[in-house]
Design a protein around this ligand. Structure first.
Ligand SMILES: *[C@@H]1O[C@H](CO)[C@@H](O)[C@H](O)[C@H]1NC(C)=O
Ligand SMILES: *[C@@H]1O[C@H](CO)[C@@H](O)[C@H](O)[C@H]1NC(C)=O
Ligand SMILES: *[C@@H]1O[C@H](CO)[C@@H](O)[C@H](O)[C@H]1NC(C)=O
Ligand SMILES: *[C@@H]1O[C@H](CO)[C@@H](O)[C@H](O)[C@H]1NC(C)=O
Ligand SMILES: *[C@@H]1O[C@H](CO)[C@@H](O)[C@H](O)[C@H]1NC(C)=O
Ligand SMILES: *[C@@H]1O[C@H](CO)[C@@H](O)[C@H](O)[C@H]1NC(C)=O
Ligand SMILES: *[C@@H]1O[C@H](CO)[C@@H](O)[C@H](O)[C@H]1NC(C)=O
Ligand SMILES: [Cu+2]
Length: 816
């Protein structure tokens, strides 16, 4: 029932309750927040009485150039290595005889070389001492990835270099403490990748007559080959042998419009290569597969083809098209135009400038009651540190850990494919964002730099941060006499990485109610399969083509600190029960209960079909007014958490034990900073980091809890995945949200609300605008909303060895 009197008096009662809010000491809650709340009450109280017009002088004049800066309270101790630091580290390594390095520029597979240089994140203990107290700034270290190719047993090793800057104190530092196997190195089973490529071309060249007949093209090792040959990742390890299945993919050349569509053009011809050891003489082709017919040698395959007993497939998957419009794998616009589509659609603008503060050098942002530092790494791209809300840390660290794409199929290449994408890295592929498309034109953009193969590469404007209107209210209520509504204004930090065929957009969104959303959306080209007998592994999406189904699992680390580092994991389950109440005359009632318990020790958790359990990171020692522990809830938002469908993957072995449940909770340890190592896929049986070893039954009772949550999607492509997957369906997100943490909804502090009183006269009687600018005066620059995209410039490279900062080396061919 809508009773206007009751609604109004309820509203006034609410104001009264807030004005009587307890003092900060009693709240035992974000003190800064409580203080600010008190201040806001003063500011808003008159508004609630009868302010019809703005209280801010000349408030309607807009200022699009407003862009406040701030000095971060501390240095960013998580910052990426600078170009100078990377150069100094590389030079230092070249001076160490023990490493026997060859300059990356000249190195072959049989030399030792530096592949990556990155910052070694400071231990949390040291970082907190600095951030929270008088502790010294943690010493800065680099982690150097060295590929030891100069032996029969090639390996990749991670070595620390520090402290930085390089001085006489600097030395090589053992990093075995970062490894669950006690050794920061893996056997480099793919050391001879380049040689394999040449050898595959020889194999294919030997059967040119057959490929011409079966798949209408040839490979001879020349630049205009019709096919690319590649296959499983990771490699298979069986009985001491290293085995890989590879297949033919049509090479899309300039003639065929140059689209990056190779993964849509599998040809259905496979061979098995045994590449054990480093001598080509010992490598062998041990099988061919075509149209579900297996042959144990090239000789047998040729004999079957020559004798005509080979059953040929009816299907083809040819890239050849008659005209531009026929390029079905092309992404350019085709088809009848939508009505009115030549006109401009609505566009996001920031009429009154930037409402958040940035310390550009320290990569630090303050918005409303939030603050955070961010950084960028080669392996995982964008990462957030020391995220505070109301002046208190809620997250020490938030960011991607690993991304798995696990395929399946009746052919060995699909069956054998389980990408661990940090091997390729999210940093190298975090390309420049397209202003006005990836992020609003008005966003604040940051460069992203990584150091690989002794070169520093900078992606211009690869990270964006912007405030946005989420397009609807965060709060509203209407009664018979008034309506109150608050805009959902949020801050977004975003980056996009195109790892091979897929484009992953990562967005961290901060909301006025204290919630942080972590979201990933996927687009790009699917990796498809040749359609032959594989209807159990996906849909046919075109002649000769299967949308090979697969799971995406993207694992994030959320090192939460709620009211300090001592936290517990509460599980509040809502369960159906039958209850006999004193008032029910002996007739038991079916109902539900909130059952409170704790997850006592390190564990994984699965939300199952419905989110009937609330998972909370709480602090038992910090309670609200009612004695309940303060906490933050972690809850799936889009999607419902994700885990790999395939159990005990024969491809991933010990390298991805973090993919079996939706979320894991472990006790924070300086020795367990990451769920995986970027080289886990090189030797999945013996990875540097096996997450399974993190789960060793330690107590989570008032300990420093780390949450590892999985976002993902089961991807069963259908025809609308052609030519590129659409993000509408391919996305997932997780919320971290205050739960018994604040005395009321803090979005109420926002001026971006309105209350409209209307009575019985059929018109508005009062407008409450709460001190914000209304009916703005000024000009919004339309051109600023539509930036000149000719400024899109791509990457910049700076060679690091030898290093001459004044003469940047500008090779941009290969950025990975
Ligand atoms: C309001 O702002 C405009 C533009 O900045 C300025 O010209 C004008 O003098 C201001 N008016 C007052 C009353 O401050
Ligand atoms: C690479 O080799 C060439 C030819 O030997 C030499 O001139 C050059 O200095 C080497 N580059 C580096 C960085 O050592
Ligand atoms: C150093 O590496 C080179 C190849 O770059 C190799 O020939 C040589 O044997 C290595 N030296 C030592 C001492 O391992
Ligand atoms: C085979 O390739 C040739 C060009 O090399 C092309 O003209 C022809 O259409 C192709 N056939 C099929 C079935 O794709
Ligand atoms: C971003 O990178 C470009 C290219 O290296 C450089 O010109 C520009 O100064 C960089 N911007 C900042 C803010 O560092
Ligand atoms: C970080 O912590 C690990 C494990 O306790 C320790 O071995 C390592 O020396 C620490 N690193 C630094 C730079 O203090
Ligand atoms: C790249 O470097 C070469 C050689 O130093 C120079 O001639 C050329 O102008 C540079 N190109 C750009 C785009 O800076
Ligand atoms: Cu997919």
């Amino acid at each position: 029932m809508r009773c206007s009197f009751a609604a109004v008096s309820g509203f006034l009662a609410l104001i009264g309750a807030v004005q009587a809010a307890p003092k900060a000491e009693r709240l035992r809650l974000p003190i800064a927040y409580a203080q600010k709340l008190a201040a806001v009450q003063e500011a808003t109280a008159p508004a609630a009485k009868a302010v019809v017009q703005d209280s801010v002088a000349n408030a309607s004049q807009i200022d699009p150039s407003y862009a406040p800066t701030v000095t971060a309270p501390k240095d960013n101790v998580f910052a990426s290595l600078t170009n100078d630091e990377a150069a100094a580290v590389i030079k230092f390594c070249h001076e160490q005889d023990s490493l026997n390095l060859t300059a990356a520029e000249n190195a072959t597979a049989w030399d030792n070389q530096i592949t990556v240089v990155d910052v070694l994140m400071p231990n949390k203990t040291d970082a907190l001492a600095y951030l929270d107290g008088d502790g010294d700034k943690p010493k800065r270290y680099a982690v150097v990835t060295v590929s030891h190719g100069a032996s029969e047993e090639p390996y990749i090793e991670f070595i620390g270099v520090g402290p930085l800057p390089v001085t006489a104190e600097t030395s090589l530092v053992d990093l075995s403490w970062l490894s669950t196997k006690g050794q920061a190195r893996v056997h480099k089973y793919n050391a001879d990748e380049d040689a394999w490529g040449d050898w595959f071309a020889e194999i294919a060249s030997d059967i040119q007559d057959i490929t011409k007949d079966l798949i209408n093209g040839t490979v001879t090792g020349s630049d205009d080959d019709d096919f690319d040959i590649w296959g499983v990742d990771p490699l298979w390890h069986r009985d001491g042998r290293v085995v890989q299945w590879v297949t033919f993919w049509a090479h899309v050349s300039e003639d065929t419009f140059g689209y990056d569509a190779t993964t849509l053009l599998p040809q259905g011809l496979f061979f098995r290569a045994d590449t054990t050891g480093r001598e080509k003489a010992n490598w062998a082709v041990t099988g061919w597969l075509y149209n579900d017919q297996f042959f144990a040698s090239t000789k047998e395959f040729r004999a079957a083809w020559a004798s005509g007993t080979l059953k040929k497939t009816e299907q083809t998957n040819s890239p050849l098209v008659a005209s531009y419009e026929d390029a079905w794998y092309g992404t350019d616009r085709v088809g009848d135009a939508y009505p009115d589509d030549e006109r401009l659609p609505p566009v996001e603008v920031a009429p009154d400038g930037q409402r958040f503060k940035v310390d550009e050098d320290r990569r630090y942002v303050e918005w409303m009651d939030f603050s955070f530092y961010f950084t960028f790494t080669r392996d995982t791209g964008l990462r957030l540190y020391d995220v505070t809300y109301g002046g208190k840390r809620i997250l020490f660290e938030l960011g991607l850990q690993e991304a798995v794409a696990h395929y399946a199929g009746n052919d060995p290449v699909q069956a054998g494919t389980s990408y661990l994408d940090t091997y390729y890295g999210f940093g190298p592929y975090a390309f420049q964002l397209v202003k006005g498309y990836d992020c609003p034109a008005y966003a604040t953009y940051f460069n992203a730099t990584f150091h690989a193969a002794e070169e520093s590469k900078t992606h211009r404007d690869a990270i964006c941060v912007f405030e946005r209107d989420m397009g609807g209210p965060i709060q509203r209520h209407s009664s018979g006499s008034y309506i109150s509504v608050t805009k959902d204004i949020a801050l977004v930090l975003r980056t996009v990485s195109t790892v091979g065929n897929y484009d992953y957009t990562f967005s961290y969104t901060f909301h006025l109610d204290g919630t942080i959303e972590t979201k990933v959306s996927a687009s790009g080209y699917i990796q498809s399969a040749f359609y032959a007998g594989n209807e159990e592994y996906g849909y046919q999406i075109r002649k000769g083509l299967s949308g090979s189904m697969h799971d995406h699992v993207l694992t994030f680390k959320a090192d939460m600190d709620i009211g300090g580092t001592k936290n517990s994991v509460a599980k509040h389950a809502v369960v159906p029960v039958e209850v006999d109440y004193p008032w029910n005359d002996g007739l038991k009632r079916n109902t539900m209960h909130l059952q409170r318990s704790y997850l006592d020790q390190e564990t994984g958790f699965n939300w199952g079909g419905g989110t009937h359990s609330l998972l909370l990171i709480v602090n038992k020692d910090e309670t609200d007014d009612f004695g309940q522990p303060i906490g933050y809830r972690i809850m799936p938002s889009i999607g419902n958490g994700h885990s790999l469908t395939i159990k005990d993957s024969p491809n991933l072995l010990n390298s991805a034990h973090f993919t079996q449940e939706h979320v894991y909770f472990t006790k924070q340890k300086d020795t367990e900073p990451r769920v995986a190592n970027a080289m886990n896929s090189v030797d999945p049986a013996h990875p540097i980091v096996d997450f399974g070893k993190f789960l060793d039954g330690e107590s989570l009772d008032q300990e420093d809890v780390v949450v590892w949550f999985n976002l993902g999607m089961l991807h069963v492509p259908d025809q609308t995945d052609l030519p590129n997957t659409v993000q509408t369906k391919a996305q997932a997100s997780m919320l971290i949200s205050p739960h018994n943490y604040l005395p009321s909804n803090p979005a109420r502090r926002s001026r971006q609300m309105v209350r409209i009183d209307y009575g019985t006269e059929g018109k508005a009687s009062k407008l409450h605008t709460f001190g914000k600018k209304v009916r703005p005066e000024g000009t919004i620059d339309a051109a600023a909303a539509y930036p000149n995209l000719w400024s899109y410039a791509g990457d910049e490279g700076v060679r690091k060895f030898p290093y001459d900062p004044d003469h940047p080396f500008n090779e941009t061919d290969s950025i990975a």
